[in-house]
Design a protein around this ligand. Sequence first.
Ligand SMILES: *[C@@H]1O[C@H](CO)[C@@H](O)[C@H](O)[C@H]1NC(C)=O
Ligand SMILES: *[C@@H]1O[C@H](CO)[C@@H](O)[C@H](O)[C@H]1NC(C)=O
Ligand SMILES: *[C@@H]1O[C@H](CO)[C@@H](O)[C@H](O)[C@H]1NC(C)=O
Ligand SMILES: *[C@@H]1O[C@H](CO)[C@@H](O)[C@H](O)[C@H]1NC(C)=O
Ligand SMILES: *[C@@H]1O[C@H](CO)[C@@H](O)[C@H](O)[C@H]1NC(C)=O
Ligand SMILES: *[C@@H]1O[C@H](CO)[C@@H](O)[C@H](O)[C@H]1NC(C)=O
Ligand SMILES: *[C@@H]1O[C@H](CO)[C@@H](O)[C@H](O)[C@H]1NC(C)=O
Ligand SMILES: *[C@@H]1O[C@H](CO)[C@@H](O)[C@H](O)[C@H]1NC(C)=O
Length: 672
Amino acid sequence: MTCTATAMAAPSISYLLFSMFFFLIMLHSKMFCMAVSSEEDTKLYVVYMGNAPSEDNGHSYTTAAGLHLDMLESVHGSRDAAEESLKYSYWKSFGGFAAMISPSHVEQLLDMDGVVSVFESKHLQVLTTRSWDFIGFPASAQNSNLDYQSDIVIGVLDTGIWPESESFNDVGFGPVPSKWRGGCQTTPDFPACNKKLVGAKFYRSLSSPIFKEDFLSPRDATGHGTHTSSTAAGNYIKNASLYGIAQGDARGGVPGARIAIHHFCPKYFEDSIAIGSFHAMKRGILVANSAGNTGPDKRSVINYSPWSLTVAASTIDRKMDSQLLLGNNISIEGTSLNTYTMEQPWYPLVYGGNIANVSGGFNSNDSRTCRFDTLNHTKVKGNIVLCYSSLTAPDHSIFHAGGAGLILILNGFNETAFPWLSPTTVISTKQADLVFSYINSTSSPTAIIHKTTTPKAPAPIVASFSSRGYNPITFDILKPDITAPGVNILASWSKKAPLTHNIEETRFPDFNTISGTFMSTPHTAGAAGFVKSHHNDWSRTAIKSALMTTIFIMDPTLAGNGDVEFGHGAGQINPIMATNLGLVFDATLDDYINFLCREDYNDTTLPLVIGDFSNCDSIEPSKNGGRQLNYPSIMVVAKPGEPIQAEFTLQSWLLLNQENLFKLNFLEQLLM
Ligand SMILES: *[C@@H]1O[C@H](CO)[C@@H](O)[C@H](O)[C@H]1NC(C)=O
Ligand SMILES: *[C@@H]1O[C@H](CO)[C@@H](O)[C@H](O)[C@H]1NC(C)=O
Ligand SMILES: *[C@@H]1O[C@H](CO)[C@@H](O)[C@H](O)[C@H]1NC(C)=O
Ligand SMILES: *[C@@H]1O[C@H](CO)[C@@H](O)[C@H](O)[C@H]1NC(C)=O
Ligand SMILES: *[C@@H]1O[C@H](CO)[C@@H](O)[C@H](O)[C@H]1NC(C)=O
Ligand SMILES: *[C@@H]1O[C@H](CO)[C@@H](O)[C@H](O)[C@H]1NC(C)=O
Ligand SMILES: *[C@@H]1O[C@H](CO)[C@@H](O)[C@H](O)[C@H]1NC(C)=O
Ligand SMILES: *[C@@H]1O[C@H](CO)[C@@H](O)[C@H](O)[C@H]1NC(C)=O
């Protein structure tokens, strides 16, 4: 199969990236929005008609929609009914339409010329609670095939697990699947696995822990591994929340699946993941890797190997709002994970820059960022203090100096809510202007910071921290591959892990809300597990391509945080659709090896870990091997103002560099 793309690059963009699946993405996002039916027997279907009619031949939305209306008119019997039933016409990247039709209409349409297939939207659920629900994946769908789920083991390489968490309770689970051969490494502080948590390993690469509190066992001291494990496959838990914040029912992607945890020392965490994915690929296991948390810079993506599914992080439709109310009744929406309810109706409000410890030798320029020494502690006590800041420093100062609360001025990265020792909200410099003019306008300014609420927000938006492509090595493979919820995600937590990383912290919650591509990755792993539970025979690449070709399209105009088109890959995962759509771009280990050959790797540069390079001799090295890999997205590098033409032979590819080779060898020793 050959796919030729021709386009004129706009003068202002140097890279044109597009995915042949944007059409599917777009279409499913429309279905997502429109899946409301008043008539019982009609449902939203997508009528897929293969390749798009060419624009060069004068085709446009209007001609496409005209054709689609003609087709619908012939099944409905009237133009009006046709117009009412047509919901969307696709013509840019493929031909087809979405319409509210009945099963008998489907039969008629299937008989028509040009109709390749007709499939139904399953997104008829009302969206209630968050992340899984937000992506259109209700609990009812998950519970439909628990028997199959129970045969799936999701392996998590992370900081360990808190086995007593309700998320890993094995009540109602049958015997451990017989195919499971992994072990359970027990120690006095990790006495046993169970029928839910079937495997646990701790890699003793060091005789002492990396940080003081860590366990030399599979047990989690940080909360991170507990959080990711419960996101991927945690049990259904009613009424979970962080001190009442983000309240709802918590569940993993495949609640019926089993979990095996591999506790790695955090220092080796990323390496282990990178290497693990290669070995997993060789054994036919799909690995979801995090894209990294160093966005929004271009090329910041890590984990760009083609055999991995590289996952970006995006928002869900709720924000973490900690409202700042000023004494003049002006209300400002700050972002924060503020678990406190302040007792008094109002507190005096001061600006750090106005309360310098003058006799200590500090001036306003020093104290505006509220470093502990620079402040007159007498003037902090009992007050809400406004501070410019780098992230954590003022939290300590205000807490230790007895401040009542903290207003932090910080630009960017404002999707992510952090917890604090004192009642705190984070605002932008623009919002801070309102606070300054209020402070200037009165002799005794006051304020109050409210406990976090979770109002609706436009979503999904790629998080500013989420690492962006393009792919630093093989330009014509788009990375990251996909995005999933990774901002302010509530999941289970370790009882050993405090809410903030302060020694004074007294809050040790059962659930915590954290953000990162490490949060979106388990969503994707959970989704992959769910697809596998429906299609046990699908290969790792089949599942990957199913996930990538059935997504919700991202709307770049929602985001204001830079280069979002390089940030989300194909779009946001859609687990249910992925089980329904059989569009599969498979690739085997041999395909990856052929790709490596094309990229001029050989036995010497990539020894035994890869496999057999003996066929490389017959393969011509070329600089765009990515176009010949059967990859479920397409990327073309274009020069500004120049026409581009690129030919893709849909086959297979892979990429390795020396650094990855080192990682592979490391894992080989560790795992084998
Ligand atoms: C849910 O949890 C909240 C906070 O922990 C608690 O106040 C509330 O009573 C719980 N509701 C139910 C129905 O259990
Ligand atoms: C703020 O609003 C409250 C309640 O609406 C009102 O009683 C109060 O007078 C208002 N204060 C100012 C300064 O406008
Ligand atoms: C701190 O503030 C108090 C109360 O306003 C004042 O009496 C004292 O002189 C100040 N100390 C310094 C070091 O600025
Ligand atoms: C001011 O700074 C000095 C020197 O760091 C310190 O000893 C003193 O306690 C501070 N005063 C106040 C009021 O915070
Ligand atoms: C604070 O910094 C600004 C800009 O660097 C400078 O103009 C001003 O004089 C400084 N103020 C004090 C009190 O040192
Ligand atoms: C973050 O900042 C951007 C730009 O100032 C703004 O458009 C967006 O609404 C803010 N998001 C939140 C959650 O406050
Ligand atoms: C508030 O007053 C200070 C001087 O006391 C001035 O530098 C600042 O620009 C004023 N801010 C606003 C927003 O009015
Ligand atoms: C493998 O590749 C390296 C680097 O391109 C080259 O120097 C070497 O000759 C190749 N070895 C074989 C056996 O082709």
